[in-house]
Design a protein around this ligand. Structure first.
Ligand code: PLP
Length: 388
């Protein structure tokens, strides 16, 4: 039996309901691995990688230790390093830039579109031109982030990438499974990376990540890099790599979760619609681009008094989160990468206003009613105060 749910406990991400739906399959998957005695790589990982590649319409899916390594592995395979510029949004989890900086390359921050929160193609063009003008860095790649689950503007980003000879990565840690005109980001990008962090739309019970690519050559190099730069034979090493493997237990869990992922994505649309119908009058609700399907990693609203609203929700037992109050470019670790040309005004405005609500495929109507009532009450109070 699951834990009894009281009115005061709304989970931010409801993994418990998902586990109940899978009715023992997670536990059986774990036992399968324990019984096999094969804990690193092996059949479970191969089976999951094949299913993931099929889901993602990719020739290759390569499991690795986490979503940050997935990004780094792709950049390493392309030889990105010191002196190289990689264009990234600042309004994202730090991992997007960290993977770049860790290799000695320079993240160049690009502003976002105010509606989708994804890379603004016009701002990207400005930054590419600025890097060329300065002549200090060699432009190499773009990392687009499917923030909160929504696909970035891949048709335009791919066009810009091609025009400037840049590689394009889809950092789909939050948006894996999202589509634009029925195509996944890999249709446009040179590689897709994802994270299986537990709270992600497709998450495991620990750390995990993957790279998807259509390139046989990149796949072979990435596989080698993820296993200490292994050559054709075991204990031969042809490049400096790292140890970044997807755990067999996590792969077994992910195979079960992937089998219901399409249904969950559809259910997430219903949950998001339910929120929008209830909240549209009181707060700015998320807008998905035409032809886009979000995986709704987050349902993120905007409000001028975001912190006041969060406190009111918290008082009613509704957890919220702010992604991201301090975007990457203002973090002390990235002070050395700031450039005068960077105008990140949209990023900074969004950072002051965003608030994410409980989200998963399992947020029921009564919970949404309760959240909506609290938000409506808070907004009505504010209107009163302004009028008084
Ligand atoms: C956009 C984005 N990129 C990369 C990552 C890194 O993934 P991981 O935590 O698995 O390293 C995350 C995870 O939070 C993320 O949200």
């Amino acid at each position: 039996m699951g834990k009894p749910m009281t009115m005061n406990m709304i989970p931010f991400v409801d993994l418990e309901s998902q586990r109940r739906r899978l009715a023992g399959r997670i536990e059986q998957a774990l036992l399968r691995v324990v019984d096999s005695g094969r804990f690193i790589l092996g059949e479970e990982v191969q089976r999951f990688e094949a299913a993931l590649a099929q889901f993602g319409g990719a020739r290759h899916a390569i499991g690795c230790a986490n979503g940050t390594d997935a990004l780094a592995l792709v950049l390493m395979a392309w030889g990105v390093g010191p002196g190289d510029a990689v264009f990234v949004p600042s309004f994202t989890f730090t991992a997007t830039s960290e993977a770049v900086a860790r290799l000695g390359a320079s993240p160049v921050f690009v502003d976002i579109d105010p509606v989708s929160y994804t890379l603004d193609p016009a701002a990207l063009g400005v930054q590419i031109a600025a890097v060329a003008r300065e002549g200090r860095l060699r432009a190499r790649a773009i990392v687009a982030v499917d923030l909160f689950g929504q696909p970035a503007n891949y048709p335009l980003l791919a066009q810009i990438a091609r025009a400037h000879g840049l590689k394009l990565i889809a950092d789909s840690a939050q948006g894996f499974g999202c589509t634009l005109d029925n195509a996944q980001p890999l249709h446009w990008a040179d590689a897709t990376t994802t994270s299986f962090f537990p709270a992600k739309p497709l998450g495991c019970y620990g750390d995990g990540g993957a790279v998807l690519t259509q390139s046989d050559e990149d796949a072979a190099v990435i596989r080698s890099l993820a296993q200490h730069g292994q050559g054709a034979a075991r204990y031969t090493h042809v490049r400096i790599g790292l140890n970044s493997r997807l755990d067999a237990m996590q792969a077994a869990i992910l195979s079960e979760k992937l089998s219901i992922f399409r249904e969950e994505i559809a259910e997430r649309q219903q949950v998001a619609q339910g929120y929008t119908q209830r909240l549209g009058r009181d707060v700015a609700t998320p807008q998905i681009c035409r032809g886009g399907v979000s995986t709704w990693a987050q349902y993120t609203i905007e409000h001028a008094d975001r912190d006041g609203l969060a406190a009111a929700l918290q008082a009613q037992g509704v957890p919220t989160a702010v992604y991201y109050a301090a975007p990457t470019h203002v973090q002390p670790a990235y002070a050395g990468f700031r450039r005068a040309e960077e105008a990140l005004t949209v990023t900074e405005a969004a950072a002051r206003r965003v608030l994410s609500l409980p989200m998963s495929a399992y947020v029921c109507a009564s919970v949404q009613d309760r959240i909506a009532e609290t938000i409506a009450g808070f907004c009505a109070n504010q209107r009163h105060r302004v009028a008084a």
